[in-house]
Ligand binder design. Structure first.
Ligand SMILES: [Zn+2]
Length: 72
């Protein structure tokens, strides 16, 4: 797994593991922040979670590219 640097302060980010998030349904917050992308995903979405130990910015990445294949 490659190291990731914070886009703000260039600090190496700490990997927190793959987290599962519910999209759609009644969890409006995630639905709004992810936009139409969320609508194309299944209800449980797995994302790699990274946090910057300097400024505490959090970034999410898809664990693998197969998660994108649902877009047609
Ligand atoms: Zn940072």
């Amino acid at each position: 797994m490659e190291e990731k640097k914070c886009p703000q302060c260039r600090t190496y980010m700490e990997y927190l593991g793959v987290k599962e998030f519910r999209t759609g349904g009644k969890t409006g917050g995630w639905h709004l922040s992810l936009g139409d992308f969320a609508e194309l995903q299944e209800r449980i979405m797995k994302l790699e979670m990274w946090v910057c130990t300097q400024c505490r910015q959090v970034l999410f990445y898809l664990p693998d590219k197969s998660s994108l294949k649902s877009r047609k």
